[in-house]
Design a protein around this ligand. Structure first.
Ligand code: TRP
Length: 426
């Protein structure tokens, strides 16, 4: 029977895709050759892998090269950012993809320590970002955190920014025996010019889940945001504490909350911004469109009714603080884990296109980005688009963010549709 069996949950790279086209575009590879990045006789950089010899770093670096091109960055910037990614991954980047992930990184569903995203505003090219776990491959979470700190401090030296605000929090987020689900992640905004903007993500549960609220309160307090904790809405868990480091106009301190079984109406009430707060109907529409509960609902197993709750992976909210005068956040973001509420990535993309269209944004760069990271068909998996986000920051137009998985290790199979199940039976 030519049917994917029910227990074929997990497809391993690269066999599931067939040979991935890893040729570099002429623009990127010719730049890399000219600059001698791979040595004069070394050929394109990074070199295309021999069959079966694909490494994590090679896979992700090639994705970055192609994504940079899709996002309109120059070949020089693309090559620089591919190199940056490899140096952040360190020795873990040299691991063969035939080996399983070193540990169950929480960064992505298949435990690849890399995730891409595009941040859209109207009338401009989107910004490409990459989320990385520098300590991936460490022996334990304590070492993972130490490597993470080292790598961020190295970036600070290289790009000339200070890590003062991170240093002030070190004892809170890096105890001797930290607990999960992460130690330190960093995100890079890949701007033209080869020098990224840097964000750091820390784990409020480092000293235990039961201490996470207190850890967040103390961290906010140390950074001068003395009333910020009291301004946060209720949530089920403090997931991340994040800092903008480096050359930001208005560096933010961000607190991420998880919300289980959330409805669109509840989600629309989560912003605590003082000015420029999102319109509640706009947030509800975003929630329903992303979750597949919209007017042309395709949400599988969607509860009926206008206010269906998202009962699988929780929705997240992010509250960002840029000033200490009002005690209130100046930014709010809602993240819908679209992958857990869609059958396959074709459906997830349709929703992303609908959200982008509603906000006057062109989905072209997202579509190009998906083919930059994978050659598989969208309907053959789910999870390539991990989250859809809608971000508000006082004084700025709303942004739509789309999170694109690297899928270095696995592609999650699509949810079977009833007709396919029928075919399987007969
Ligand atoms: N993989 C984690 C999750 O699904 C963390 C994460 C990665 C995340 N990218 C994200 C959370 C984007 C929110 C938005 O929660």
């Amino acid at each position: 029977m030519e049917q994917i069996s029910d227990d074929a949950h997990v497809m391993h790279h690269p066999t599931a895709w067939g040979p991935l086209d890893t040729r570099l575009s002429r623009r990127v590879s010719s730049w890399a050759l000219r600059s001698g990045a791979g040595g004069p006789a070394a050929g394109p950089w990074p070199p295309a892998p021999k069959p079966g010899a694909e490494t994590l770093g090679g896979h992700a670096a090639r994705q970055v090269l192609r994504l940079c091109e899709a996002a309109g960055l120059s070949g020089a910037d693309a090559a620089e950012y591919a190199r940056t990614l490899l140096s952040v991954l360190g020795p873990a980047g040299e691991r063969s993809l035939d080996l399983p992930p070193t540990y169950d990184s929480f960064l992505s569903d298949d435990h690849t320590p890399v995730e891409f995203s595009l941040s859209f505003v109207p009338d401009e090219d989107p910004t490409l970002r990459v989320l990385l776990e520098p300590g991936y491959g460490a022996d334990d979470l304590a070492q993972n955190g130490r490597i993470g700190l080292q790598v961020v401090r190295e970036m600070a030296r290289q790009w000339g920014f200070d890590t003062k605000r991170l240093d002030e929090l070190e004892d809170l987020f890096f105890p001797p025996a930290p607990q999960g689900p992460l130690a330190l992640w960093c995100a890079l905004e890949l701007l033209p010019g080869g020098i990224p903007k840097v964000k750091v993500y820390l784990n409020p549960a480092a000293s235990g889940q039961e201490r996470s609220a207190e850890t967040v309160r103390e961290a906010l307090h140390r950074l001068g945001h003395r009333e910020a904790f009291a301004a946060l809405p209720e949530g089920d868990r403090h997931l991340f504490f994040a800092l903008d480091l480096g050359d930001w106009e208005e560096p933010r301190v961000k607190v991420y909350l998880a919300h289980h079984d959330l409805s669109a109406t509840e989600a629309a009430g989560l912003s605590r911004m003082k000015d420029g707060s999102p319109e509640e109907p706009e947030l509800r529409t975003f929630f329903r469109t992303a979750a597949g509960h919209g007017p042309d609902a395709t949400g599988f197993e969607a509860e009926t009714g206008q206010d269906a709750r998202l009962g699988r992976r929780p929705v997240q909210s992010c509250h960002s603080f840029t000033e200490t005068a009002t005690g209130r956040p100046s930014g709010f973001t809602l993240y819908i884990p679209v992958r857990d509420y869609a059958r396959h990535d074709g459906e997830a993309l349709d929703r992303a296109v609908a959200v982008l269209g509603r906000h006057g944004m062109d989905a072209g760069p997202l579509i190009r980005s998906l083919s930059a990271v994978t050659s598989r068909r969208l309907q053959d998996g789910v999870g390539l688009i991990a989250y859809l986000g809608l971000a508000y920051q006082q004084g700025r137009p709303p942004r739509v963010t789309t999170y694109v998985s690297s899928e270095a290790y696995e592609v999650r199979p699509p949810v079977a549709v009833p007709s396919a199940q029928l075919e399987a039976v007969h």
